[in-house]
Design a protein. Sequence first.
Length: 454
Amino acid sequence: MTRNRFTVAGGGPVGSLLAILLGRHGYEVGVYEGRPDSRETNIYQGKSINIALSDRGWNSLQQIGISADTKDNAIPMYHRAIHGLDGVLSDLPYGREGDAIWSVSRGGINERLLDIADDEPNVETHFEHRLVNVDFETASAVFQVKDERELTVDADYLFGADGAHSKVRRLAHDLPRFSYSQEYMPQGYIELNIPANPDGSHKLEKNALHIWPRKDFMLIALPNPDGTFTCTMFLNFAGDPSFGSLHERPAVKAFFETNFADAVEYLEDPVDVFLERTASPLFLVQVFPWSFNRKVGLIGDAAHAIVPFYGQGMNCGFEDCAELNRLIDVHDHNWDAIFPAYENARKPNGDAIAELSKRNFIEMSDLSGDRRFQVRKMIEAKFSARFPELWTPLYSMVTFSPDIPYAEALRIGDEQNRVMDIIMGWPNIEENWDDQEIMEQLHSLAVETFGHEM
Ligand SMILES: Cc1cc2nc3c(=O)[nH]c(=O)nc-3n(C[C@H](O)[C@H](O)[C@H](O)COP(=O)(O)OP(=O)(O)OC[C@H]3O[C@@H](n4cnc5c(N)ncnc54)[C@H](O)[C@@H]3O)c2cc1C
């Protein structure tokens, strides 16, 4: 039997996982990555760009059996440590006792997946091969190689796993009936660093995601195994304060001292870094279809670029791979059936996590510093602990419940919001939130709304 050949454009985390899964199904896979091989060139130059990986990501990685060892290099974050403007710290747990999201090195996980791909007999990885053209009828693609030479690669199928700025997706614009939308957020971001203590320990609590919520802007910090924290400052491009308004050293210094007083002593040269770095924009891309002529598909950020406020972009991309993997078995390698089944299954979930991620900026930057918000979360947590079959908080559905698709989590979460709005109208709720009557009213509203146990 001749094996089908796949080209995977993009050797990022999603492209590498996809290649491994396809290879293990017996396909011949060529991964073509535009950048040099980070394992040889150290392009991360010691920088720890980390991301939060949660159950959807781990579940998907489990399909190739790497979750246990990857977790060795991951730090569990059990709660959000919220740094008030007055320096007071408060905690918001992520879910039930023991639930954690995991801080992992983005480069580390990508390199681990590339190592596994290289060990697969059916997978070949190529670096410094930048895709420049695709024939959507035949799945043949043209790559510009390091020395400017052009190389045409023929295959039976091609996946664009080439990220938020996907070339494959941009080329698809010329195809008939291709729907596309792109939305820029008002905020951009820069990364900052908190170094380790001289003994290698962390300067802030290690097992937490730290947030300095300041309504229109915020700073977050995720721990790295080497004792450092990678911090991200999200701030508007325009207005005051903004990346646009803060360009003089005294103003930037005052901005940090006023808003992040308890972080300034730990951050490494925040004023210099802020002035030197160009803020990166944040945008969402939604497209349909995700496949063309049953020959070419999109996956990961190429299919759904979202904003990072739910920490789900990579989780969602890994879940795309897991779903595709499942569909290959369900449809017994019939790609005429797999492509439509894949895009129909994943598109509503990509849209849902895009919406949830946008909304979560407000939750992270504003509400998590707000007493009413915290009370709301405490009531939900208490109710959910008592009636787990009736109520799983939205954050837990998205982050800790891979069996609940994103689209379903969004729908249930909206219904829960309506119920909680009623509960929050209870007199003096901030003082009385722990009263038995609140639990009773919430119980009857939940039963009435959901009609059955979740
Ligand atoms: C600030 C920030 C924080 C984030 N935090 C989280 C988080 O906490 N949790 C989470 O799950 N996600 C997070 N994300 C999202 C996550 O980084 C992405 O969803 C994930 O990297 C997507 O993986 P991918 O492989 O689809 O795309 P990418 O990681 O972008 O990889 C695409 C690859 O394709 C290559 N490429 C591009 N063009 C071409 C071409 N023409 N030819 C060949 N190769 C090409 C690129 O070099 C790259 O290696 C965050 C994103 C940002 C910006």
